[in-house]
Design a protein around this ligand. Structure first.
Ligand code: ZN
Length: 307
């Protein structure tokens, strides 16, 4: 291919990508319960930072939204996806976590009259990372971040979890503390549905960040499995059953803790451990495997070292 033709095609592709605005769409999980499955890739002006999953429950007295998006524009997009399904207003917004795309749309929904609800440690981590997140997002979203203000739940829920009822719907919050400190899952016990927040990743490999805890992730996944949900709405990736969540997240946390962590406790040389497990057939089909797997093992090793 000539250099000029190549350039031409590259420019056309770039123009096409810039126009492909991501619009969230609700999909039914059960009667009145919906998931919005965001794209798996990075935050971008096209997806407005909605590269994660959301959910909502339509009750007789209003909508419960689970996670609010990363920006004002992102929140407006979520609101539009909800309006396509129901005329009920969003009365409650729940935050399962403290990463930008879980909560920076709170301000928009609060402005529409919604009550923001989160556990105490979730809100505390939001406060801790707010300015850092806004700076990071600005790099990805540019001008489209304008008008976004960090607003946390005014009266976060104390204790090691919480049971609440909104519009006749029972919800149970459980801390997972895996991807970020204060992360939580939300269980609808009468429905057998769990919105896992960033505990579960399917189709793409989970990321272990400097603030993540592999030990908590392993434990939290066991607690999730004990709930025996019929439907799992993961933090990232399509709605799935518990078996897929187990294969793509639970088993990976087990590997990181039981294999990498165990080797770290035995004081084996990290380099050798990472080399030995560089290629894992059970997980290499997951998106981002090439980019994240080695770093994940590295962080897991560090977490278990010296224990
Ligand atoms: Zn996430």
């Amino acid at each position: 291919m000539s250099k000029r033709l190549f350039l031409c095609i590259a420019m056309l592709l770039a123009a096409f990508a810039a126009q492909a605005d991501y619009l969230p769409r609700a999909e039914a999980v059960a009667d009145g319960v919906y998931a919005i499955v965001g794209p798996l890739g990075q935050r971008s002006p096209e997806n407005d930072g909605l590269n994660a999953n959301y959910g909502f429950i339509v009750t007789a007295t209003g909508v419960i939204l689970i996670d609010s998006g990363a920006s004002k524009i992102g929140a407006e997009k979520l609101a539009k996806a909800i309006r396509a399904v129901t005329d009920q207003p969003v009365r409650w917004v729940i935050n399962t976590g403290s990463q930008d795309h879980r909560w920076l749309g709170n301000d928009y929904f609060a402005g529409q009259g919604a009550e923001i609800i989160a556990l105490q440690r979730t809100a505390a981590t939001q406060t801790r990372f707010a300015s850092q997140q806004l700076q990071g997002l600005e790099r990805f979203l540019g001008k489209r971040l304008e008008g976004t203000r960090p607003v946390q739940a005014p009266k976060p829920l104390g204790g090691e979890g919480a049971n609440i009822e909104l519009g006749g719907e029972a919800l149970t919050f459980m801390y997972t503390d895996a991807h970020y400190p204060g992360d939580a899952l939300v269980h609808l016990p009468k429905r057998g549905i769990v919105f896992t927040g960033d505990l579960v990743y399917v189709e793409r490999i989970l990321g272990v960040l400097p603030n993540s805890s592999v030990q908590n992730g392993q434990q939290a996944f066991k607690a999730l499995a004990a709930l025996k949900p019929a439907h799992v709405v993961p933090g990232h990736g399509r709605v799935c059953d518990l078996a897929q969540a187990q294969r793509e997240t639970g088993d990976y946390y087990d590997f990181l803790a039981n294999t990498v962590g165990a080797a770290a406790k035995e004081m084996e040389p990290m380099d050798e451990v990472l080399k030995r497990h560089a290629d894992l057939p059970a997980f290499r089909h997951l998106e981002n495997y090439q980019d994240l797997h080695r770093a994940n093992m590295n962080r897991a090793f560090t977490e278990f070292e010296g224990q």
